[in-house]
Write a protein that binds this ligand. Structure first.
Ligand SMILES: [Zn+2]
Length: 339
């Protein structure tokens, strides 16, 4: 995706993406290294990034996930941000990420409420962490989803491939119903992606469409553009007012797995507020800059990038948008990194 086009651009060109115009922000303005990532957001007039796809698993679960990824070999998946939780939160702040989710998920019954205790406590302790919770088709799901919403939960995470259930499993009805009533979205991993062993039969747009027929007011964020069925999930996002896509692990520069079909790029760009920035930090096989830089391929102007990197998700989650805070954006870097 044009990795070489910006190789000769100087740091000066990257430090300032210029004033607002309808022109696409050029690849040369995008960061090449993590050191340049925070400044790029500020150059757009943002306080920083809102990353909808960050994992914050309980430590034992995080270690188990990393052991699993360490075993992948076709291709290998070297974990770039392997560190303890405090160091990972600091790394995100240093990257200019001012708000992010805390995605965790259970792979069997009895794990979700334990995950929620971890992620909601992290949100209570750290202003950058958006209160995030998960659920699983099991007894008591309605009660602990109610508890999570009562603790300020703003977004849920559901992983149907790891959890091996259909999104419209009737045991989840009490959870989905409460999300609709609260206006709280769910980020759903619904594609049979690389990095998970099996579970394909639970994945794909059909189960999500069935869910939306029963809960038409539900708001969803489909992880990883829905890969590998990017076309199916793109069509779903275009059709359905409540369906958003997150960019995590997709549209990176360079691409990790298959590059997104260039024919689809104008359609992703046209999604507007339904396309949200996400990275899959910390278990990613590339520097964070690769995710930010890859999104240059969408050809968005400065306003479009402010939406993608921050405001679209802020509005979905009921958080302040940069439009209201842009005037404070230029001077906020120091304050943000001290939080
Ligand atoms: Zn993820």
């Amino acid at each position: 995706m044009g990795a070489d086009a910006g190789a000769d651009a100087g740091a000066d060109a990257r430090a300032d993406a210029g004033a607002d115009t309808r022109e696409a922000v050029p690849l040369t303005a995008f960061p090449s290294t993590d050191d340049e990532v925070a400044a790029f957001a500020r150059s757009l007039g943002l306080p920083g990034y809102l990353d909808v796809h960050v994992h914050l698993l309980p430590e034992a679960l995080q270690q188990a996930v990393w052991r699993y990824f360490d075993g992948l070999d076709d291709p290998p998946w070297p974990v770039t941000y392997r560190a303890d939780e405090e160091a990972r939160l600091r790394a995100l702040r240093d990257l200019g990420v001012v708000a992010h989710t805390a995605l965790a998920y259970g792979h069997r019954p009895g794990v979700s409420a334990w995950c929620n205790e971890h992620t909601l406590a992290a949100a209570e302790a750290h202003a950058q962490v958006i209160p995030t919770f998960t659920f699983f088709p099991e007894d008591g799901v309605g009660a602990y989803v109610g508890d999570a919403l009562g603790r300020g939960g703003r977004i849920a995470k559901v992983h149907v491939q790891v959890g091996r259930f259909h999104p419209d499993d009737p045991r989840l009805d009490p959870a989905w119903g409460q999300l609709v009533d609260a206006g709280v979205p769910a980020l759903v991993h619904a594609g049979a992606g690389y990095g998970v062993d099996g579970g394909d039969q639970w994945c794909g747009p059909d189960g999500v469409r069935r869910l939306l027929r029963r809960f038409p007011d539900l708001r969803l964020v489909i992880a990883h553009l829905g890969a590998p069925d990017t076309r199916g999930f793109l069509a779903l996002a275009e059709d359905h007012p409540g369906v958003h896509l997150d960019t995590s692990m997709m549209l990176t520069d360079p691409p990790y797995l298959d590059a997104v079909d260039p024919d689809l790029l104008p359609r992703y760009a046209a999604l507007g507020a339904k396309l949200l920035f996400g990275s899959d930090f910390p278990t990613i096989p590339h520097p964070y800059a690769a995710q930010v830089r890859g999104l240059a391929a969408l050809g968005l102007d400065r306003a479009g990038l402010r939406g993608l990197f921050h405001d679209h998700a802020a509005r979905l989650l009921g958080l302040p948008a940069a439009d209201a805070t842009a005037e404070a954006g230029a001077g906020r870097g120091a304050a943000v990194s001290e939080r």
